[in-house]
Write a protein that binds this ligand. Sequence first.
Ligand code: ADP
Length: 191
Amino acid sequence: MINLVLFGKPGAGKGTQAAFLKATFNLVHISTGDLFRYNIKNKTALGQKAQSFMDKGDLVPDRVTIEMLEAEVDRNPEVKGFIFDGFPRTKAQAQALDVFIEAKNMKINATIALEANDDILVKRLLERGETSGRSDDQDESKIRNRFDEYKLKTAPLKDYYEGQHKFHSVNGIGSINEITERLTNLIVSLN
Ligand code: ADP
């Protein structure tokens, strides 16, 4: 089994790359952002809890997010592994994930950060907003707020995973294919 955390700022390309990696390594891709958007679209109770936070570009509270993530893992028994995309985003989420996954005799093999600078990311997100319909991608102040949330709450996870010797960095600037290749080479070298 191989379990990967894809790490990086909004717009770094986590979702795009996860789609390729799940096919190559036969993994289940869990994106907390996609799960929240699905719940909002279907007007579930969970969606209602998440919506006001997401609309502002704030993180959804840990308890709500952790419960959703754990339910999604439990819905997928007997798999070759998971790609966690957009989770964990806080230290509390990372600690909860470690406890949860160890109780299942599983482990996180690697946390892989896709690195790109803010100006490129803002440009990518505004472009995505033109076609995706995502309101959090259409307003530069919401995008900047997501970056602030990232710096404050998510960036410290680098130290958390470096402490576990699991942190890897990949250059997230280049063509989609080039970046997929960088990630694939790294994952193959993990074994
Ligand atoms: P991006 O990485 O481009 O910001 P996502 O689709 O991963 O896009 O996330 C969109 C929004 O969903 C976040 O701004 C946040 O409100 C919410 N969200 C996603 N994952 C988490 C998480 N692990 N913890 C809290 N909120 C989350």
